[in-house]
Design a protein around this ligand. Structure first.
Ligand SMILES: Cc1cc2nc3c(=O)[nH]c(=O)nc-3n(C[C@H](O)[C@H](O)[C@H](O)COP(=O)(O)O)c2cc1C
Length: 174
């Protein structure tokens, strides 16, 4: 079954990292579906039924986004609030139960700052806690995260290496 990548970037024209990741994902159209929320919903009017149907068709789901103020870009919060509805995602029915859900996040700051000792003081695992708790709540299965750090200082070679590892990560964790 194909992996669904829900790509959440408000400004893909100016993206370097998520654009490169997307380019790599699109090399595998038989195995990976890329679904761009900002492109699909420029007016933020999310088609809940369509989103739910798409999710039901996939057993492996990745949320991909750049880290913005230690969280995701905002349409993802709206998407979660609306698509993970009562008696669909939780309540009497858990339609995403047992599905694999993961996160691929590009991070501007260097990796060493994302620790108790670093300037950020929190690890990326801690920063993603609300997302992890959501996955737990809907009885889905959290798979390991994929990160890229220090995005401003990253060479094209390192970015390509990371993009290839992202694909391997998707195929290994499903
Ligand atoms: C509005 C905004 C907020 C950001 N907040 C953070 C942040 O909290 N932590 C961080 O390390 N980088 C932050 N950044 C840097 C982005 O994470 C980084 O530019 C992005 O991951 C690069 O991916 P892209 O080339 O696909 O846009 C922020 C960037 C923007 C535009």
């Amino acid at each position: 079954m194909k992996t669904l990548v829900i790509l959440v970037h408000p400004n893909m024209e100016n993206s370097r990292i998520n654009k490169r990741w997307k380019e790599e994902l699109e090399k595998y159209p038989d195995k990976i579906t890329v679904h761009e929320l900002y492109k699909e919903y420029p007016d933020w009017n999310i088609n809940i039924e369509k989103e739910q149907e798409l999710l039901e068709k996939h057993n492996n789901i990745i949320f991909e986004f750049p880290l913005y103020w230690y969280s995701s870009p905002p349409i993802l919060k709206k998407w979660l609030d609306e698509v993970l509805s009562y008696n669909w995602a939780y309540g009497n029915k858990y339609r995403l139960e047992g599905k694999n859900i993961g996160f691929a996040v590009s991070v501007g700051g260097p990796q060493q700052e994302y620790s108790k000792e670093g300037s950020v003081r929190f690890s990326m695992d801690e920063i993603l806690a609300p997302f992890e708790a959501t996955v737990e709540y809907i009885k889905a299965n959290l798979v390991p995260h994929h990160f890229i750090f220090d995005t401003e200082n990253l060479s094209d070679e390192k970015l390509s290496e990371n993009a290839e590892n992202y694909i391997k990560h998707i195929f290994n964790t499903k």
